[in-house]
Design a protein around this ligand. Structure first.
Ligand code: GTP
Ligand code: MG
Length: 348
């Protein structure tokens, strides 16, 4: 099985322009992109693989980041076998260090989508949400999570020099809150053709968590077929998972499923050099005594995977506050923005 090196993947991603040629690239990728299976690893047969699946380890990336002791425990194999399997998976996935030039090349290929607000862009490092990462917005009902998503869905279509990525958007709607009329309104205030803008947004309603999961495969398929998708929105990431796994005893199952889903999102973001924007509800956290007593659903698994986490809340005189949380490379900071007819903006 041909596994692509990171460099090759980046080259492919860089060449993903919305031209007819992309179609060919997409089709070539089809066979090469086939995912390595756990049973490709030494010491992992179908029975062990099934055991691992029961333990929530479905793909090679999940196995590659385990320790031998934990894998040995989960798979019922010796630590020596576990160590070999982990090493093999890391080789297959090409994990490890990349040299400086390769790293720089990877950074260069990152593209950005403006939020519509300079303040908000600055919060995210200057240019808006970025490709190859997940940006998570969490906050209470009405805080603006969906509005940010709809604005991004329009802005991704702008040319690069206008703050867009010259690409299309996939909007996975779990809540039934996607509003075509609102998209058209935002597009119109930008001076864009509302019908055209709407046509470049592929909307799918996800009816339950399994459906939500299946839709990701559909997205990969669309990209392979040449659609220049540069933004993937999941609104909301967690609502179905939360509703379906509501009992206390189901928390581990929910996290496992959510973890796997987020892994999948990260892989799509990385492989296709696209930006992922997800929204997340908050729940009251009775353990927290000071500050805002709300915590994102899904806890640390969602938190660690998102490259940018933003907490949104309503503030005085119709303003909204966006606060960046736990960023690995940017200071925790907060800014003020507004939601108007034009979508997300700096001033009302
Ligand atoms: P939930 O999905 O319920 O958790 O909330 P959310 O965070 O997604 O909220 P959403 O982004 O839907 O924000 C809704 C708010 O955006 C409304 O209460 C309005 O204040 C504002 N809003 C939505 N549409 C418009 C519009 O056309 N014009 C203006 N000025 N504000 C709008
Ligand atoms: Mg919403």
């Amino acid at each position: 099985m041909a596994i692509k090196s990171d460099v090759e993947k980046i080259k492919d991603a860089v060449s993903e322009e919305p031209t007819d040629e992309v179609k060919d690239v997409g089709e070539i990728k089809k066979s090469e992109n086939e995912e390595p299976k756990l049973t490709d690893l030494p010491g992992i047969g179908p029975a062990v693989s099934a055991k691992l699946e029961n333990a929530g380890v479905y793909d090679m990336m999940s196995l590659a980041v385990m320790t031998p002791a934990i894998l040995s425990d989960a798979a019922g194999v010796s630590e020596a076998v576990a160590r070999k399997a982990i090493q093999a998976s890391r080789n297959i996935l090409n994990l490890g260090f990349v040299d400086g030039t390769e790293y720089a090349r990877k950074r260069e290929s990152v593209n950005y989508i403006t939020t519509g607000s300079k303040n908000f862009n600055d919060l995210l490092g200057g240019k808006g949400v970025e490709s190859r990462s997940i940006t998570e917005a969490f906050g209470a009902f009405g805080s603006g999570k969906t509005q940010v998503g709809l604005t991004l869905a329009v802005n991704v279509q702008l040319p690069v020099d206008k703050g867009g990525s010259n690409g299309k958007c996939v909007f996975i709607d779990t809540e039934g809150t996607f509003r075509p009329s609102r998209v058209k309104q935002i597009a119109e205030t930008l001076g864009a053709n509302p019908e055209k803008v709407l046509k470049n947004i592929f909307v799918a309603r996800a009816f339950n968590s399994d459906h939500q999961i299946l839709l990701l495969d559909k997205v990969s398929e669309m990209i392979r077929n040449g659609e220049p998708i540069k933004l993937l929105i999941i609104d909301s990431l967690t609502a179905h998972f939360r509703a379906e796994f509501s009992g206390r005893g189901q928390l581990a199952d929910r996290q496992q499923k959510l973890n796997r889903y987020i892994h999948h999102l990260m892989k799509i973001a990385e492989t296709h050099n696209l930006a992922v924007y997800v929204t997340n509800q908050v729940m009251a956290n009775p353990a927290q005594l000071f500050g805002d007593p709300t915590t994102a659903i899904g806890g640390h698994i969602v938190g660690h995977a998102s490259t940018y986490r933003i907490y949104l809340r309503r503030s005085k005189q119709g303003s909204r506050v966006a606060k960046l949380i736990d960023s690995p490379n940017l200071p925790d900071n907060e800014i003020i923005f507004y939601v108007t007819e034009a979508g997300v903006v700096d001033e009302a």
